[in-house]
Write a protein that binds this ligand. Structure first.
Ligand SMILES: Nc1ncnc2c1ncn2[C@@H]1O[C@H](COP(=O)(O)OP(=O)(O)O)[C@@H](O)[C@H]1O
Ligand SMILES: [Mg+2]
Length: 341
């Protein structure tokens, strides 16, 4: 559905060249929610703006619905852009227009007559859950409601792709979750392909099927969300994953744990997918001559299944502890020794 081939964008500003996007290859499938994560300056916005022709590539190709966006222009580009719409961090609403007038705008631009517009706007208001707020102005809405208007407006002309540029970054955690739920719902109900960019792994964890990690204009890692959570390869990916798998300040926590529990062996277990942790732990305790203390746990749900980590203190003689660790590894549980006496 969306194919990026060696996509590159260079800006030159006061004689300095910046390569914002550097040779990116990506394939995004129809109907999936594809996340792109990276820190500020990684090139995410530049990349997503090339997907709908807002920005022209310096080199490489953007193919959307079989059309090469980078080579079309004028009426053809405007038509293609209607099928690839976008929502933004700061909503980009017209402040002098009401909710329904904001949502109606793209329909007016597309030349739909007034009667049809009214029906379509009503439908969209229902879809995003803004009934009763039709006559309100953006200044009278909460952040979450403003983004709902943004989403309704983006969906007005029945796009096939929705691009989201940090669409929840200005919202509090609860509102973020409600907007992410709405995006998931729209993805399921309309079969809409969603490409979202974010710097928050929570957003990826909650709704994305696949993820690409960007650093310095390049995609440094990509895959199914659960696989990336299971075995992140690049240091930057590990850092993003630890945003949601490790409680608080993880590094300090390991040190503190080692101080607090000087005896025995401290191990951290990683759990993924449907491998439930409890049967493994029960077997561990039953079959081995050791005592087990659970010191920390953090299990979270992704779109593809559960993942998380559990930190244990294993108490027993060396051989028994070694056997216990070998048992865990044989059970397919990622087991890392983080401290021993
Ligand atoms: N219009 C522009 N002119 C010059 N440099 C730009 C422009 N847009 C983005 N950049 C530069 O490109 C790099 C990537 O920016 P951006 O795509 O906004 O990253 P992100 O969205 O990941 O924060 C940054 O170094 C930024 O300063
Ligand atoms: Mg950006």
């Amino acid at each position: 559905m969306i194919k990026l081939q060696q996509l590159t964008k260079r800006f030159s500003r006061s004689g300095m060249d910046v390569t914002a996007v550097d040779g990116v290859d990506l394939d995004i499938q129809e109907g999936e929610i594809f996340g792109i994560i990276g820190y500020s300056g990684a090139g995410k916005s530049t990349l997503i703006r090339m997907l709908n022709g807002l920005e022209k590539p310096t080199a490489g190709k953007v193919i959307v619905n079989g059309l090469e966006m980078s080579t079309i222009s004028g009426a053809e580009l405007r038509k293609a852009r209607q099928k690839v719409s976008m929502i933004f961090q700061h909503f980009n609403l017209l402040w002098s227009r009401t909710v329904e007038e904001n949502i109606s705008l793209p329909l007016e631009i597309a030349g739909m007559d007034k009667k049809d517009r009214a029906g379509r706007v009503r439908e969209l208001i229902g879809l995003v859950g803004l009934e009763g707020r039709e006559k309100a102005y953006p200044s009278e809405l909460s952040g979450g409601q403003k983004q709902r208007v943004g989403i309704a407006r983006a969906l007005a002309n029945e796009p096939r792709v929705l691009l989201c540029d940090e669409a929840t970054s200005a919202l509090d955690p609860e509102t973020t979750d409600s907007i992410l739920d709405l995006l998931t719902d729209i993805n399921r109900r309309l079969g809409l392909t969603i490409v979202l960019i974010t710097h928050e792994m929570h957003v990826i964890r909650k709704i994305c099927h696949r993820v690409a990690v960007m650093e310095g204009g390049r995609v440094v890692e990509q895959g199914d969300v659960l696989d990336v959570f299971k075995s992140p390869v690049q240091p930057i990916t590990r850092r993003f994953v630890s945003q949601v798998t490790e409680p608080g300040d993880a590094k300090q926590a390991v040190g503190q744990l080692a101080d607090e529990y000087p005896e025995g062996t401290l191990v951290r277990l990683g759990f993924v997918g449907d491998r439930a942790e409890h049967p493994v732990l029960a077997k561990l305790i039953r079959a081995h001559d050791i005592d087990v203390n659970i010191l920390q746990g953090n299990i979270a749900q992704t779109h593809g299944g559960a993942f998380g980590s559990l930190t244990l203190q294993l108490l027993g003689n060396d051989a028994a502890v070694r056997e216990a660790i070998a048992f865990l590894q044989a059970e397919g549980v990622k087991t890392e020794v983080i401290g021993r006496d």
